[in-house]
Design a binder for this molecule. Structure first.
Ligand SMILES: NC(=O)C1=CN([C@@H]2O[C@H](COP(=O)(O)OP(=O)(O)OC[C@H]3O[C@@H](n4cnc5c(N)ncnc54)[C@H](OP(=O)(O)O)[C@@H]3O)[C@@H](O)[C@H]2O)C=CC1
Ligand SMILES: O=C1OC[C@@H](O)[C@H](O)[C@H]1O
Length: 611
């Protein structure tokens, strides 16, 4: 069988280790390398016998090397996403060093790139591919120590902090330094794996993570301890550090005994690889592990070759990497560690994740409409700006939306304490695309649904968005205490002042009040409402999803919308996932939005209707 032809991006420490491992592989062959500096690539190539034309002076050049089938991304954490996505886009399979991304959003984009390009992608937690780990899981699954109660996992080293290392990958915040991303990830991924094996799943996800950490003067975690709760009462204690020694072991405590793995991460560095089993009231037993291939990175490379056509490996699947990143994000949140790269004012914040300029994909399939008083095309899909977890998350999604032809962004003063408005404002500033975006803003949500609050909130919204106008403005709720005239007048004042340069309208208003307002406006020579934003989707909203919300899916409202040609800026048009396979049936027995708002017979009939 022909060998898998590997190219390595980066010529650091682990790149050399992996290249040596490929030399021992039956399935893989090193054919190319890339460095930011040609001499580094040449030196690397000379050591491993590569032809000079395959020693590339840039990472991009290696991706154009048609001789390369699979890429090992061995650069520093913050560059993993960029080069993995670019490698996938170049049609290469990817083994990406851990952590797959600096945060969950990066991992999401990387998986998306592998999916789009139909290529293999795996996060290089090499211990996951090793026979020792397989043996350990077998013991746990087989109930050898009864019910698992506690997992203890540690990984720590003491890296001297001096003038030089302060700038290097271990201690430098802007290079993604600190212990959680470097080695805490091993402990978290092991705990999730053990808890999964103990509970009959593949990996289990934390229900709760509590952590403390010591953040040093270079603003990275030097050592940290996390306590994690998993389903079925399984607890884990994790310790990682870059400035202190540790025992670097795993222990699992169950009702019938305990398992110790003295060398869980690098079993290839010791001659005597074993697991210790200590059952209650019995002497400890040593279980030797038979290892056909000693080099753990060779085992990993061979594993990739074996599973290439599956596109992902069950030892470290895509959902596993995504959930792993989520857990590490939570651990970092707990100790207050923030990376510069997640800040909207970081030096690279004007670039997309792949460091390419933001462009609109010429093959996009977005469709557009026009709204009254607005020249810009309004994409028929509107990006809901709420629920972004960080600026990094928001900018990633906004980039993806914009690149697929999206122009319209829906936001509100009331959303998440103003963060979505700030994120959108920061993103438009960083991308320089304010003129191409249609910002649909809302204000005066209950309990501040009054004309004075509307003005105060609109001014604050503009400041958060870092713009002098919005492209459309909607009142977020109605308040019948006020006559319609009060709202119409104040909206007109802001139109005149140039703060609203497109349609005005209302959200969650009855059609009767909407008509009343427009009649009053007509009679008084003012502009009436141009658009309505109510719930409108395939499922009927049985009871208001949130207090004060209004749906317009009934026949009468639909006929009115058609007759009057009133633009409907529908919210939750996908009924909050009611039509996602399996979701609504689950909701039937669960409390929550879906049950309250959409679980009704006519909606289920529609759900069950063959398409
Ligand atoms: N699985 C495992 O056992 C291990 C995994 N790792 C992972 O591998 C990755 C690399 O670690 P390691 O090899 O120890 O790191 P090194 O510092 O030794 O090398 C990293 C390489 O990244 C490239 N690079 C790109 N941008 C920069 C930059 N701004 N500053 C410095 N280097 C840059 C350089 O390659 P060039 O100059 O050629 O462009 C450099 O040689 C990390 O993500 C780490 O987590 C690390 C050790 C073990
Ligand atoms: O992945 C790793 O494992 C071994 C450690 O020494 C290294 O720093 C880390 O990146």
């Amino acid at each position: 069988m022909p060998k898998l032809r590997w190219g390595i991006i980066g010529t650091g420490r682990i790149a050399y280790t992996f290249a040596r491992a490929l030399g021992e592989s039956q399935t893989g062959l090193l054919v190319a390398v890339a460095s930011r500096e040609l001499p580094s690539a040449d030196a690397f190539g000379a050591e491993f016998g590569l032809a000079p034309q395959h020693c590339h002076p840039s990472y991009g050049a290696l991706l154009s090397d048609s001789g390369v089938q699979a890429v090992y991304v061995s650069v520093l954490h913050p560059a993993h996403a960029e080069w993995t996505i670019k490698a996938c886009d170049a049609g290469k399979h990817v083994l990406c060093e851990k952590p797959m991304g600096v945060n969950q959003w990066e991992v999401m984009a990387m998986i998306d790139a592998a999916t789009r390009n139909d290529v293999f992608l795996m996060e290089a937690y090499m211990y996951r591919c090793h026979p020792q780990t397989e043996r350990l899981l077998k013991m746990v699954r087989g109930g050898v120590i009864g019910a698992v109660k506690v997992v203890r996992a540690t990984f720590s080293y003491n890296w001297p902090k001096d003038e030089q290392s302060r700038e290097g990958r271990v201690y430098n915040n802007s290079l993604g330094g600190g212990s959680i991303l470097d080695i805490g990830g091993y402990t978290m991924s092991m705990a999730r794996l053990i808890a999964g094996a103990a509970t009959g799943t593949y990996v289990a996800e934390p229900i709760d993570i509590k952590a403390v950490g010591q953040i040093g003067d270079t603003n990275v975690d030097e050592y940290t301890v996390a306590s994690v709760r998993f389903p079925d009462g399984i607890l884990a204690q994790l310790f990682s550090g870059v400035a202190t020694n540790g025992d670097n072991a795993v222990q699992i405590f169950g009702t019938l005994g305990a398992i110790t793995v003295p060398h869980p991460w690098r079993p290839d560095t010791v001659d005597d690889v074993h697991i210790t089993l200590k059952l209650n009231d019995q002497p400890a037993q040593t279980i030797p592990i038979v290892i056909p291939v000693r080099n753990i990175y060779t085992v990993e490379a061979d594993h990739v070759a074996l599973h290439l056509s599956d596109r992902q490996s069950l030892r470290m699947s895509w959902s596993d990497s995504l959930n792993q990143a989520r857990a590490l994000d939570q651990w970092r949140d707990q100790i207050g560690l923030v990376y510069d790269s997640d800040s909207p004012t970081s030096p690279n914040a004007y670039l997309t994740l792949t460091k390419r300029p933001l462009t609109v994909d010429p093959a996009h399939r977005m469709r557009y409409a026009q709204l009254p008083h607005l020249a810009k095309p309004v994409s028929l899909l509107i990006m809901g700006c709420d629920h972004q977890r960080s600026y990094g998350h928001a900018s990633l999604l906004f980039d993806a939306f914009f690149s697929q032809g999206g122009t319209a962004f829906d936001t509100a003063y009331f959303f998440s304490l103003g963060l979505p408005e700030r994120y959108l404002g920061d993103w438009m500033r960083n991308r320089g695309n304010r003129d191409r975006c249609v910002v649909i803003a809302k204000g005066a949500h209950t309990p501040d649904c009054d004309p004075e609050s509307m003005t105060r909130q609109l001014l604050e919204t503009l400041a958060r968005l870092q713009t002098d106008h919005v492209d459309a403005y909607l009142l977020h709720r109605d308040n019948p205490v006020y006559p319609v005239s009060a709202f119409v007048e104040v909206l007109n004042q802001h139109v005149t002042a140039g703060r609203i340069r497109g349609p005005i309208g209302v959200s969650n208003w009855s059609i009767a009040r909407y008509e009343e307002a427009n009649a009053w406006a007509r009679d008084h020579g003012l502009r009436g409402f141009d658009a309505l934003s109510n719930y409108y989707g395939l499922a009927r909203m049985v009871t208001p999803l949130w207090p004060g919300t209004v749906g317009s899916t009934d026949r009468e409202s639909t006929e009115w919308l058609e007759r009057t040609q009133t633009p409907m800026l529908a919210w939750s048009s996908q009924a909050r996932g009611f039509f996602v396979p399996g979701r609504a049936r689950l909701a039937e027995v669960a409390e929550g939005d879906l049950l309250r708002a959409f679980c009704a017979e006519d909606n289920f009939t529609r759900l069950d209707r063959p398409i």
